[in-house]
Write a protein that binds this ligand. Sequence first.
Ligand SMILES: NC(=O)c1ccc[n+]([C@@H]2O[C@H](COP(=O)([O-])OP(=O)(O)OC[C@H]3O[C@@H](n4cnc5c(N)ncnc54)[C@H](OP(=O)(O)O)[C@@H]3O)[C@@H](O)[C@H]2O)c1
Length: 291
Amino acid sequence: MYDRRALEIIEQRLGLGCARLGSVLGVRGPTAAVLVATAFEQGIRFFDTASIYGQGDSERILGQALHSVRQHVMVVSKAGQYFPRGTSFAKPFKRVLSPLSGRCGLGRHIVAKARAAALPQDFSPSFLRTSTEGSLRRLKFDYLDILLLHSPPLDVIEQGDAIHFLETLRDEGKARMIGISCDDVDCGLLALRDKRIQVIELPLWPWTDRSDHFAECALRQGVYVVARGLIGGALGAAPPDGPHRAQLLRGIVRSSLALSGISRLIIGTTRTEHLKEILDALRGREDSTCT
Ligand SMILES: NC(=O)c1ccc[n+]([C@@H]2O[C@H](COP(=O)([O-])OP(=O)(O)OC[C@H]3O[C@@H](n4cnc5c(N)ncnc54)[C@H](OP(=O)(O)O)[C@@H]3O)[C@@H](O)[C@H]2O)c1
């Protein structure tokens, strides 16, 4: 069991992944607001969103829920992806589609398939500016704590112009820190070569040589690393029940945060009870009930 202070430090390094906040397959309305408020009450101070999440609704929900505590939280948003023309037609019907897609297998399948298709990207200065200003407007914030390029291809990272433009946006006060959200460790290692990059977000799996190597290099360079993909990875295959489940969750959070190169670990959940289960497991309350 951790002592109280050590536990607080770990909790402060956790973040809430908000990809499905306000999305058809995620959590909407008052339940979404409760999820964010519960995360804050439970000590979470870091929230990860993007201009495209929930077609902008993720940022709207977060902005509203965090308005009164803005100075106590860090919010990441991302720019560079957009929905193709024609897909926004569904937006007015989200309220209807959301419960339908939850109940009907076909509806869920159609929405999931549409979402899985690779989204178009644009890392030009004009698009990055419009996207970032849109994020600030939806959040009703003056600045983002972290602004990231959203899954850029490797040539965009190598070429470096997009990061140069994020520096301009940071100089204008629109973001405090800038960086890249990567899809894998190879992308992360490439991003580490660009010394202007302050933050790298990526899926990391501790106990693999590549992840450990990345975390060590990032630590040496003083890059702020946001890890994701751990909870889904751990629970994905055959999640155990009861105390073994709590042990697994506690183990995964502890071991990833024990890698000192990792600044934050994002938990991507749409369910308050799932978030509480993870926090309870971390705090050593193994009687947490959750299905
Ligand atoms: N390119 C990018 O920039 C990019 C890509 C992917 C993700 N992200 C960010 O990273 C965040 C996290 O995404 P991720 O893929 O890394 O997710 P993750 O945290 O590894 O796992 C999320 C999955 O785990 C489930 N889960 C969470 N807690 C659970 C529990 N206690 N019991 C059972 N299932 C549980 C969630 O389902 P429930 O909702 O039912 O809890 C969800 O299916 C996203 O929200 C987004 O902010 C960014």
